[in-house]
Design a protein around this ligand. Structure first.
Ligand code: SF4
Length: 505
């Protein structure tokens, strides 16, 4: 019960008015309610959502009800990710309560909010392509703002939990499962998909989830249904320049070259260095980089395997010396290993000593467990491979590899805020849409952070850096001109509050 206050007592204290709902709000102005520095106002100023009209025009018919405008739908999906709202139903329930969201969507306080199903229908209608274009456009804006150098990219992948329970996994070879009616429908669905244009093939076809057959089972401690997110990040502003999503059980090493190509398409700059961890250091990746004239700064996968072999007290291949003139290897016992069989499928040749010599060798216990003796494999392009591996051990490569770890961890840690680590929807194509939206939001944040800084102070700060000459920059055009020139480089001394310096070299 409300406390009664007598007249005269505390007369100057304001009293809460009775709850009488207002019918009209004549002085209400949404435009004034959203502060100038509000993140949604800044997004509205910088990002063009109207491109989506042209992008999805062909997916709408000429008859029936008029749809919700595509830019409004795209903005709703952006809000879903930016504020990490749990579900589309919750998003639609929250919109009428948030004045900033209403303003951003171009709604009024009494506008009718559509049903949550408009978002899932739009995803089906538009497909992945529209969201990929949105992501690419944001990347391009970052390039235009001078936030991407493009010559060096950092690559990594991480797992994302699928929206499916482990209990939904079935063994497709089990007779009991195959006799169930539901399994036949599932098989038909899978057949239908494999006939489509899916680029990825799940590696484990035996155990699949009934609720999300695209998700892969990954055993890291305990088996989990997962997807895998692959990203290429540029070092300057930590802009995500390319991204791919695959089932969790796909080998990440296969994604490096597609990421390199997407980076080129999205930024217009061909990277000359790619930095990755040892999982990417495969023979195929080293040679692909060699063919494209790209430096591969990544630890060699073979070296980590060699360390494991050494632990088993077996001689690693480094203990065998190659002699180019005679095309033979000299083993630790001083014997010659001559070329034997050629394997075209793996592009390598086997070298071995006669079985009798290995059989009588004193070092046999440390060399091989094979009864026919030791075999050493040599790739047909071994010289090029050795050159690439040598370059990946340089001091510069080691610095890049160290930097990669922090940079990529930061990129994924920032993505957690937008829910990249848990799939919102089921099916690979929907998860790809989610990743494009999350990456676009992360890039927009970079654009707002650094872009506005440049806008505020066109005369970029000067720094005296030992042994270098610095130049003052007075305008954006001069800034862009310098960025495109080859006479120096721009330095971001603090990623959180960037002090930009141009160093002439
Ligand atoms: S086992 Fe054969 S290859 Fe190995 S060290 Fe002895 S002779 Fe050489």
């Amino acid at each position: 019960m409300a406390t009664q206050i007598k007249n005269g007592d505390f007369a100057m204290m304001g009293q809460e008015p009775g709850r009488q709902p207002k019918i009209f709000y004549p002085h209400m102005n949404l435009e004034q309610r959203v502060p100038r520095t509000h993140v949604l106002r800044r997004i509205q100023e910088r990002i063009d959502f109207s491109f989506i009209y042209a992008e999805v025009r062909d997916t709408y018919g000429g008859n029936g009800n008029v749809s919700i405008p595509p830019p409004v739908i795209l903005k709703m999906m952006l809000l879903l990710v930016l504020y990490n709202v749990r579900s589309e139903r919750e998003l639609m329930e929250t919109i009428p309560m948030r004045l900033d969201w209403l303003w951003f969507l171009g709604y009024d306080i009494d506008s009718e909010v559509p049903d949550h199903s408009v978002l899932s229908k739009a995803r089906v209608r538009w497909g992945v392509e529209a969201f990929r274009r949105f992501f690419e456009r944001v990347v391009w804006q970052c390039v235009e703002a001078g936030l991407v150098v493009g010559s060096k990219i950092f690559v990594d992948s991480t797992l994302m939990d699928a929206d499916a329970s482990n209990n939904s996994v079935i063994d497709t070879r089990s007779l009991k499962v195959q006799l169930q009616e539901g399994y036949k429908k599932l098989e038909a669905r899978l057949e239908e998909r494999s006939e489509g244009t899916r680029r990825y093939v799940k590696e484990n076809r035996r155990y699949i989830s009934r609720t999300d057959p695209d998700a892969g089972i990954v055993n890291r401690g305990k088996p989990k249904l997962s997807y895998q997110v692959h990203r290429a990040v540029d070092g300057r502003g930590e802009v995500i320049t390319a991204t791919e999503t695959t089932p969790g059980d796909v080998n990440e090493a296969h994604e490096m070259i597609p990421l390199l190509e997407s980076h080129h398409l999205n930024t217009g700059v061909k990277a000359d260095t790619v930095v990755a961890d040892s999982k990417y250091g495969t023979v195929e990746n080293f040679l692909a980089c060699c063919d494209q004239g790209v430096e591969a700064h990544m630890p060699d996968l073979k070296e980590s395997t060699a360390k494991r072999i050494e632990k088993l007290n077996i001689f690693s291949e480094e203990r065998f010396e190659y002699d180019g003139e005679s095309d033979t290897y000299r083993c630790p016992a001083g014997q010659r290993l001559k070329p034997k069989s050629l394997h075209m499928s793996r592009q390598s040749r086997d070298y071995a000593a006669p079985k009798k010599i290995c059989g009588a060798c004193e070092l046999r216990e440390q060399c091989t467990r094979n009864k026919s003796g030791r075999t050493v494999k040599r790739h047909l392009r071994q010289e090029e491979l050795d050159g690439m591996r040598e370059a990946s051990r340089s001091a510069k490569a080691k610095r890049d590899i160290k930097m990669r770890q922090h940079l990529m961890e930061r990129s994924y840690a920032r993505g957690t805020r937008y829910g990249y680590d848990r799939a919102r929807w089921r099916g690979l194509w929907r998860v790809q849409i989610q990743e494009y939206l999350v990456s676009a939001v992360q890039n927009i944040q970079v654009l707002l952070r650094y872009g506005s800084y440049l806008k505020r102070s066109p005369s970029v700060m000067m720094e005296e850096i030992k042994g270098t000459v610095t130049r003052s920059i007075r305008s954006f055009s001069e800034f862009n001109e310098l960025m495109n020139s080859k006479i120096g480089r721009m330095v971001l001394s603090d990623p959180n509050y960037p002090r930009l310096s141009f160093i002439e070299t």
